[in-house]
Design a protein around this ligand. Sequence first.
Ligand code: 6PG
Length: 470
Amino acid sequence: MTTAKIGLIGLGTMGSMLALNIAEKGFPIAVWNRTATVTHAFKADAGALSDKITATETLADLVAAIQPPRAIILMVPAGEAVDQQIAALRPLLDADDLIIDAGNALFHDTNRRAAEAANGPRFLGIGVSGGEEGARHGPAIMGGGQQQDWDRVAPILTAIAAKYQGQPCADFMGPAGAGHFVKAVHNGIEYADMQMIAEVYGVMRDGMGMAAAAIADTFRAWNKGPLQSYLIEISAEVAAATDTHSGRPMLDMILDRAGQKGTGRWTVIEAQHLAAPIPAIEAAVMARNLSSRLEERRAGEAVFGPAPHSLPEGSLTLAALEQAMIAGKILCYAQGFALIAAASAAFDWPMPLPAIARVWREGCIIRSGMLNDMATALTEDPKRNLMLAPFFADHLKATHPALRQTIAAGALHGLPLPALASGLAWFDMIRTGRSTANMIQAQRDFFGAHGFDRIDGREDKHGPWAGHGI
Ligand code: 6PG
């Protein structure tokens, strides 16, 4: 019976796809699902791969089917289900067996589970990105825990991962929850990338009056340039699709209310704790939240009239819009990597920034051509903010005027561009040697005698308004 190299619990969409991927790469796998009929149906439907799959009916059978020291992947919904599954498995496992949580866990939970695993069984938290297709044919994998545990399962994880020019998009990110933290930042960037694409789509649809098919063509063309990415590619595809019921563009038939499972919010909350500004991601989460307030938006439109107006003929070109999107994307990624750098320092986790960019080049939702340039820039100097790397600084110098022009046009004509605009504000603030925070310091000192530093180095810490505060 003990033929399986690895086990997997949870045969939902992602779990089944991951199990088939593992079997296909030649690793015998034992699987278990709460409902035994699902487990047997999974094996029966696995075709030629079924020889590599052991379907088990109880957790004890699952454990017995795996070669020790065992490794078992959990693909169950994040949260309590993971804790329950670990509690059920623990008495059946040896101290050197390894539980691998491959779901979208909150990294604080992974930290706790890693600490609880101190006396075994051992624990790894891995972020897996790429949706159903990625899980089946090659996801990006971000591992966290103890290096020796990662090394033990790395042959399987690198075999099933996506490859960028032959290099596996799977790597070890650091201790405890580091893998899930990196996955959360990935998702934050995913939210911002998607939001910026939605914003430029809005400029084309509402500002330029373009039909969905023309928008699809534009995205298709952009996908051949610096914006080449999975998200631009699928945006072209969804814009080109026709609704089979109405015959209208599919996009026009979809309610404008975005869903979310919360990973973007986690990223934003953590960024606030770390005082690491990620305004493009914050704006993207805000925009999803606002999008869901349909009734409120309709009430607003009834009082103030619809916001988006057409842009005056010739006021903004598609080339300028593409440049704006390039600038916005660089700024958003620079924020995401800066957040990871801040977390590395705060948590004392040496998270490898160049390796993160390398892992994101293929398999994951934010995969894009630009990530290879980011990997190169971060390899040159992992401590430098990405926007200061000469390659990206040159790109930004060339494109930020178009970003300004786009945002100005949006502001004048009621086209909301929150992610693009907040990226620009961040850019302008981070390149301002003399900011306006002297006013904040003066106000704080006025009402609370909080004190300030002077630019001339004198020791006095208070203004002439002493005693005027409350
Ligand atoms: C991935 C994705 C995935 C995420 C979905 C839905 O990397 O494969 O990030 O993990 O769950 O994209 O996320 P939302 O429901 O929050 O949009």
